[in-house]
Design a protein. Structure first.
Length: 766
């Protein structure tokens, strides 16, 4: 006990010392705050601020004391007086300063340039000044503005920058006019001068560090050709002029990061080029020129984008995808249109598309090797690579190759994305899956559409379908093997298995249908009528065999799905879907299947004189019933699994309803085989009555109320059929027999209800 008391005493002593240190630090912090405030307001009137008041009590600790002092009694918690916010004088609004020092100057220089342009245009139209004098005056105005701007730089830098930029725009204006309209300046000298102005603009923009110089001096220069346009059609000069301006922007982008400059030039360049291509392009006159400048503009803006990201180490942002994508797809779209309009170029469309992919691939390799930027930019350019590879497939190839390559590409990207955890690859695979699936459907329509027949099984379409199923199977397997929870996971959990099952189901179903379609087309016999016209006939039995085997295959397919779910997946949703499909195909057998079987029976009983009829027409009936029995058995096993909801009542209705339908069809079948007439009347009513009795007995035995009610409903339908359909054409003896039999059956039912009413009542109590 003594040791424990000693330990407690030491801990209390340590706690006391730490608390003292805490108060000491609080005091020092407050002193630092006061010193900062004193320095901050040393040049101004010190605001009246109440300082925090800290009450502190120093206490000496007797080291020799065996009992630790009570901390709560010795030290009081510090109390702080609320500090009012210092009163700071609000500065006047900067709106006036912005308008007076910035906005007005820019508006003024814009009006000056516009006025000069209008004046020159007016002088040209009215021949007021000679061409040489116009050029000289223009240069004098430009140099005058430039000189004033440079002179005022030291004291009025913003205003000076505006004047310099306006001077540069005027230089462009005058040089273009001197070459294009008057022929006073040779072409070589024109390009030298414009190049010099561009270089000067770059140097001035960098030196002033003002984007306004680049905006007005370079982007504003785009207006020059249109202000002085005389529809001369000098397209090469216009595009060369634009290329020079864009090269200047490229240089500035290397030094500065002015996005608005890049976006302005980007939009103006592509608008001008696209407008010219849409309204003025002629294949014979401009084919080579259009392709050349298309490549030049694409390369310039692609280089500008990469300079921002690579040289300046700018981080990739979502908005950056817009100019890169637009630039790439404008280049491809317009280039495709140019080549497609040319006889030889039309043969190079696939190569041109692939070249786009190669360009982006080279860029992605450089980025990857140099490790210059974050991975998002690399992934974005890889997206472009796969996009153009994907487009290359339908451009250069056709038919089944498109489907196979798209799905193979989708599978590869999805697997890489999951294995390497690169989400962008997986996202690229989604549209490729959709394209491949749609392409496969188009292939099916082309191969198996109306009037189209192919060699059964051993054909390229069946091989394509199987390989497509393998690709989707691989994607589905990797999805569930390496599942990653994200927004797309719930959708993929449904879409991928569903797509795989659709592919598998229709791949074989279409081949079965195609097999019988080929047989049907080969059964054609041309009969010659008395009038001399050919009258073709076909073996319609083949269509009925086709219908039956399609249903048999569907029942087998859904049964295998149920078995796969029972032993492998054990999934509730999959179980519900496969069970619902089984019921749908079972209903298809009860309707279309039994009808086709009855038609085959009629063909057997009344054979055609043109086609052979065999016992297969009868045997096929029991082959189909075997598939139905298999479906019922597997469905029964699946609904009893622990992961499935309670569907026993629904299954009973499906089972006993289907059984009644099949037994009724079987009775009609054998009565028809025996040669009895009116098989739908007397015998069927008696069968239904007996069946209703058995269902009620089973319901009492199994204590299933829904079976008893179902049996009573069958009795009701039987009585309605008896009185309104059967008795109308029966003789007296037949009517007596039917009525007596049904009466006896009803009495038996009533007797059973009375005898076992205690069981029924106990069942209801439960």
């Amino acid at each position: 006990m003594a040791d424990r008391a000693e330990e407690i005493h030491k801990l209390e002593q340590q706690l006391f010392n730490v608390t003292l240190k805490q108060h000491t630090l609080s005091t020092e912090i407050q002193q630092l705050r006061e010193e900062l405030k004193r320095l901050k307001y040393s040049r101004e009137e010190q605001p009246e601020v109440a300082t925090e008041q800290i009450q502190y009590v120093s206490v000496e600790v007797e080291k020799e004391s065996r009992q630790a002092p009570d901390i709560s009694e010795i030290i009081e918690k510090p109390t702080f007086a609320r500090e009012p916010k210092p009163i700071i004088k609000q500065e006047k609004s900067n709106i006036e300063k912005f308008i007076g020092e910035n906005l007005i100057s820019k508006i003024g220089i814009a009006i000056t340039v516009l006025g000069a342009a209008i004046g020159v245009k007016y002088s040209i139209e009215h021949q007021l000044v000679s061409p040489l004098m116009r050029i000289i005056l223009g240069y004098l105005l430009g140099f005058g503005l430039l000189g004033v701007g440079i002179k005022l730089k030291e004291k009025y830098e913003n205003y000076s920058a505006v004047l310099v930029s306006g001077a540069i725009a005027i230089m462009y204006f005058i040089t273009y006019a001197g070459y294009s309209f008057y022929g006073l300046i040779p072409q070589a000298l024109t390009f030298v001068l414009m190049l010099a102005f561009t270089i000067f603009s770059v140097i001035a923009a960098i030196h002033y560090n003002r984007q306004v110089i680049a905006q007005i001096g370079l982007v504003g220069a785009y207006a020059v050709p249109f202000l002085l346009s005389n529809n001369s059609g000098q397209v090469a000069v216009l595009f060369s002029y634009m290329a020079i301006i864009n090269v200047g922007i490229l240089v500035i982008s290397y030094k500065k990061y002015w996005k608005s400059l890049y976006y302005s030039s980007f939009v103006l360049t592509w608008l001008i080029y696209s407008g010219w291509f849409a309204f003025s392009y002629k294949v014979d006159a401009y084919f080579g020129l259009a392709l050349t400048f298309l490549c030049v503009f694409f390369a310039i803006f692609y280089a500008v984008f990469l300079l921002h990201k690579l040289v300046r180490k700018d981080q990739y942002k979502l908005f950056d995808i817009v100019p890169l994508m637009v630039n790439s797809f404008l280049f491809y779209g317009i280039g495709y249109a140019i080549l497609n309009s040319h006889t030889i170029g039309r043969e190079l469309l696939g190569l041109f598309t692939l070249a786009n992919a190669v360009i982006h691939f080279i860029v992605s390799v450089i980025i990857y090797k140099q490790k210059l930027v974050d991975k998002n930019l690399l992934y974005l350019i890889i997206v472009l690579v796969f996009t153009f590879i994907t487009i290359t497939v339908p451009v250069q190839l056709s038919g089944h190759w498109i489907t196979l390559l798209w799905l193979a590409e989708a599978c590869l990207l999805f697997v890489i994305g999951r294995v390497k955890n690169i989400s962008v690859f997986e996202k690229i695979s989604y549209p490729l899956m959709l394209l491949g699936f749609i392409s496969l459907i188009m292939d099916w329509d082309a191969a198996y559409g109306y009037g189209s027949y192919v060699q059964p099984v051993f054909n390229i379409q069946f091989l394509t379908s199987m390989l497509a199923s393998v690709a989707f199977g691989c994607i589905t397997w990797f999805h569930f093997k390496r599942k990653e929870e994200n927004q797309m996971t719930p959708i993929l959990n449904i879409i991928l298995p569903a797509s795989l099952l659709v592919m598998l189901y229709f791949s074989i179903r279409l081949e079965i249908a195609n097999f019988y379609d080929v047989l049907h087309s080969q059964s054609k016999i041309d009969l010659i009528r008395d009038s001399g016209y050919n009258y073709p006939i076909f073996n319609d039995q083949i269509d009925h065999f086709k219908q039956i085997w399609l249903i048999n295959y569907s029942l087998l397919f859904t049964s295998l799905l149920c078995v796969f779910n029972i032993f492998k997946i054990k999934d509730k949703a999959f179980g519900l879907v496969s069970s619902a499909l089984s019921v749908i195909f079972l209903f298809a057998f009860l309707t279309f299947g039994l009808y086709s079987l009855s038609e085959l029976r009629e063909s057997y009983l009344n054979p055609s004189m043109y086609y052979n009829v065999t016992i297969v027409n009868i045997i096929i009936r029991y082959v189909s019933l075997a598939f139905v029995a298999l479906t019922g058995f597997v469905l029964h096993k699946q609904i009893r699994q622990s992961y499935m909801p309670d569907l026993k009542i629904g299954f009973d209705f499906v089972l006993y309803g289907s059984l009644l339908w099949i037994v009724s069809s079987e009775l009609i079948h054998w009565l028809d085989m025996a040669g009895f007439a009116e098989t739908y009347k007397l015998g069927l009513s008696i069968l239904w009555g007996v069946y209703a009795l058995l269902i009620i007995v089973l319901g009492i035995w199994k204590k299933k109320k829904h079976l008893r009610i179902g049996g009573i409903a069958v009795f009701g339908v039987t009585l309605i059929k008896l009185f309104f359909y059967d008795l109308s054409s029966l003789n007296t003896i037949s009517k007596t027999i039917v009525l007596v039999l049904l009466g006896i059956l009803l009495l038996i039912v009533s007797f059973l209800y009375n005898k076992y009413k205690h069981l029924i009542e106990n069942e209801e109590v439960k």
